[in-house]
Write a new protein. Structure first.
Length: 123
């Protein structure tokens, strides 16, 4: 990604985070982090990767966010209208890297507990 794309992605990420925090109808009692934004070279399209916690059905949550995509884009346009000429089309994706981190942490804790148990048994 070019420097221009990275700066624009950062701008979008910052303002989308504000939108998700200020408008709870999109994230009712859910912890959402915008983990990454990828912008096309023409700045017309943006892939927004959301990391969510406390969601029973994450795929359903992403679908709900997609349904509100036009409203979210309109609010984004209001926020960046003085900073950018183009408001990109937004596509939301689930970022499951945080789930992977939690899973690996659980595995490491189990291995550590097993090692401790073996050391205590050998003494």
């Amino acid at each position: 990604m070019s420097v221009r794309q990275e700066k624009f992605a950062g701008l979008i990420q910052q303002h989308l985070a504000d939108i998700f925090m200020k408008y709870p109808e999109y994230v009712n009692r859910v912890f959402v982090t915008i983990s990454k934004v990828e912008v096309s070279p023409d700045l017309g399209y943006a892939k927004v990767f959301l990391s969510v916690i406390k969601v029973p059905n994450k795929e359903e949550f992403i679908q709900i966010v997609q349904l509100h995509g036009r409203e979210i884009r309109k609010q984004l346009a209001n926020k960046i209208r003085n900073q950018a000429r183009i408001v990109p089309e937004l596509t939301f994706f689930l970022d499951d890297s945080l789930d992977y981190v939690f899973h690996m942490d659980e595995i490491l804790k189990k291995v550590q507990a097993e090692d401790e148990r073996k050391r205590n048994d050998n003494q």
